[in-house]
Design a binder for this molecule. Structure first.
Ligand code: NAP
Length: 322
């Protein structure tokens, strides 16, 4: 483990991840007086940028995810220093020379955050690294990524106007993406491995109303083509057939981006989500997690709320240390 150097930039709090949870955490942290930095490996907004339409974020009857992300970032940037396109590679904890040598770290030990650009020192961390798309894991999925395979209807739907596409999955994401693609003018079919959708009733009614066909009890086994996707191999109750398609939108859930947790022995559950208490504290002192990476109800409003709670916990813990 590297020691922190004198010239490492120092903060009270570093927020890792610039989605709704991280941006809200940063606003609350700075407003309570914590010297805070937010680091985001891409651009702020996270998955919010991929949501075509949000109708359940209070105060906005209807807003696109990208618009909400941009408003959140603009708001947060009034308070906090945001570093985008900078990835956190390594987290460690530094025991200062005035701290006793022991196997467990002192509660006042600082954290070292090593990124692709430099390293920082912080008294506390909030991890808001979100999730990434779950993959189907079938032949052709990686090969045709960007050539007919997509995980984001908002980003890529336009290229499939008037074309045949399938959306794989039965949850809210699959329903939302299918509706977006239909609206875009695509010839869309949902392919779902069960005989009923997991998506909310409201979305199910919209799927019915839009007359989007659903292939029930069906699984994609392979994605085929030459330069681009041309067809998918589907099995339905043991029967295999090929369906010609131009696009495959995969919407089968998420997996947490919690790899950094292992650097500090932060507890995760069996699915890899970071375990927190109701105040977003992890098992490691002065490390918090908020938003999708900590599991639970996956909604923008929840991510924001958890970010606020995490920031208040960090403030409480930092200011109560002797
Ligand atoms: P999800 O609710 O976990 O649904 C994933 C879907 O994909 C399920 O239908 C699942 O099938 C299917 N699936 C999983 N692995 C598969 C595989 N290997 N092959 C084929 N199908 C597979 O995920 P989500 O739709 O991304 O939603 C995640 C969370 O975000 C939910 O809490 C949801 O409410 C929220 N969300 C909300 C909104 C909204 O409020 N409008 C929009 C998007 C997402 P089974 O049903 O068989 O398990």
């Amino acid at each position: 483990m590297r020691e922190n150097k004198e010239n490492d930039a120092r903060y009270d709090l570093i927020v890792i991840g610039g989605g709704p949870a991280g941006l809200t955490a940063a606003i609350y942290a700075v407003r309570s007086g914590l010297n805070t930095l937010l680091i985001e490996k891409g651009i702020c907004g996270g998955f919010l940028n991929e949501i075509p339409r949000i109708e359940n974020y209070p105060g906005f009857k209807q807003i696109s995810g990208m618009e909400l992300a941009s408003r959140l970032k603009e708001h947060a940037a009034d308070y906090v220093e945001i570093r985008e396109i900078e990835e956190v590679l390594r987290l460690s904890q530094h025991r200062g020379s005035n701290q006793k040598s022991s196997d467990s770290f002192s509660s006042s030990a600082d954290f070292i955050v090593q990124t692709t650009k430099q390293s920082y020192v912080a008294k506390a961390l909030i991890i808001c690294t979100g999730t990434r798309h779950r993959k189907l894991g079938v032949v052709g999925e990686d090969e045709f990524l960007g050539k007919g395979v997509s995980y984001c209807a908002t980003c890529d739907g336009f290229f499939f106007k008037n074309k045949r596409v399938i959306v794989v999955g039965g949850g809210d994401s699959a329903a939302t993406q299918a509706l977006f693609l239909k609206n875009m003018g695509c010839d869309v079919t949902i392919v779902h491995r069960r005989d009923s959708l997991r998506a909310g009733k409201y979305l199910q009614r919209m799927i019915d109303r839009a007359e989007i066909p659903i292939l029930w009890n069906s699984e994609v086994k392979e994605i085929k083509g030459s330069d681009r996707v041309e067809c998918v191999v589907i099995t339905e109750r043991g029967n295999e057939r090929e369906i010609p398609v131009d696009g495959v939108f995969v919407a089968i859930g998420e997996v947490p981006n919690s790899e950094l947790a292992s650097h500090l022995n932060i507890e995760c559950d069996d699915s890899g989500y970071i375990v927190t208490d109701r105040n977003q504290r992890t098992n490691v002192e002065r490390v918090y997690a908020a938003g999708d990476v900590s599991g639970g109800v996956r909604q923008v409003i929840v991510a924001c709320a958890e970010g606020a709670v995490a920031a208040m916990s960090a403030y409480e813990d930092i200011t109560s240390e002797p």
